[in-house]
Design a protein around this ligand. Sequence first.
Ligand code: PMP
Length: 427
Amino acid sequence: MAMTLAASAEDTEDTREAAPGPTYDLDRVRADFPILAQKVHGRPLVYLDNAASTQKPRAVMDAIAACYGEYYANVERGVHTLSQRSTAAREGAREAVRRFLNAPSAEEVVFVRGTTEAINLVAASWGRRHVGPGDEVLITELEHHSNIVPWQLLCEERGALLRVAPIDDRGEVILEELDRLLSPRTRLVAVAHVSNALGTVNPVREIAARAHEAGAVVLVDGAQAAPHLRVDVQALGCDFYAFSGHKVYGPSGIGALWGRRELLEAMPPWQGGGGMIRTVSFAGTTYAPPPHRFEAGTPAIEAAVGFGAALNYLTALGLPAVGAWEAELLALATERMAAVPGLRLIGTAKEKAAVLSFTLERIHPHDVGTVLDREGIAVRAGHHCAQPVMERFGVPATTRASFGLYNTREEVEALVAALHRARKLFG
Ligand code: PMP
């Protein structure tokens, strides 16, 4: 099944490009993901919960199996061969992250457990040093709890103020309001590249430029962007970029924080332990340079290796091609779902990633999720760790279908048909 891609995938987000090739071999891609070839409740699995976590290609499983089967040992400081091979494999994954983000140096890439830990690291280390009483941290109304709560904790501790730029009815950040909230007191602007609850692609380059003009540092939560868009931290002009392995077809428990070298070098450690020191004595301890300064303890070695393999897999497919295919699925789903009686789409931004949040009149989102599951269709129902977004749209929860690089047009049609049946079932 070779799908023809819209060659003119319209991207106002400047980190994306039109598809490089004319075809995207969906059958071949699906064959890379063995988990997809199964039935759930007697029906072919339709996996549409990709914004929560993506499935893993064989390349990732093979890389982890090779790590365990061929060269596993603890990393760093090992003189023996396996330790050196393990260290090299993990550092190879760091280089894969660097390439993936077009970061200037692999030394600016810190391995973390995921986006949540990356943001907490910046809040605890950079934040405690740079945010003081009366200072402000600016976020937006569409943030995931991971990009809200660490800043609330920091502001509470430091006597600083958390400001929130509102979104409009389409789910787009109101840039004039963001401008109004930026001030010489703003130390940091933390913003999602893509909203997990709405699909909105934020104009992060523009936001970063405005924030820098005000003298603020910019952190981008890239958890939902990395699987869909080509990310170039230099083009975006941000200072920190965080994302998670499990959302880019890699393992859970691993992710990356990229930070500008001069910022990382000036940051104090946030966790102490093995691996992050230069020398230790009771008179005083000195610390390793970044990235190791921020990687205390034995790391997730096999997960880093799998993470690197996932990024290489994505890069080989080509993010522009992936993005263009997902845009086709999103357009199809948006059009078909408009015909489902009582369906309200939450999040209708002009620039969207392949995430569809919706409510169905008179049916609780959890019931929609359960009905769909009976048909083998996996979606997520709830507040999606974005309760302020739910509040903004006056709903307690939504049902969310989110597409990945292996989803098909037939799966979109199966979702829509099941929604029509749910509609009839609940009257
Ligand atoms: N930010 C966004 C936008 C997300 O979608 C998520 C995951 N749902 C996170 C942050 C947190 O990522 P993780 O749970 O992998 O740390």
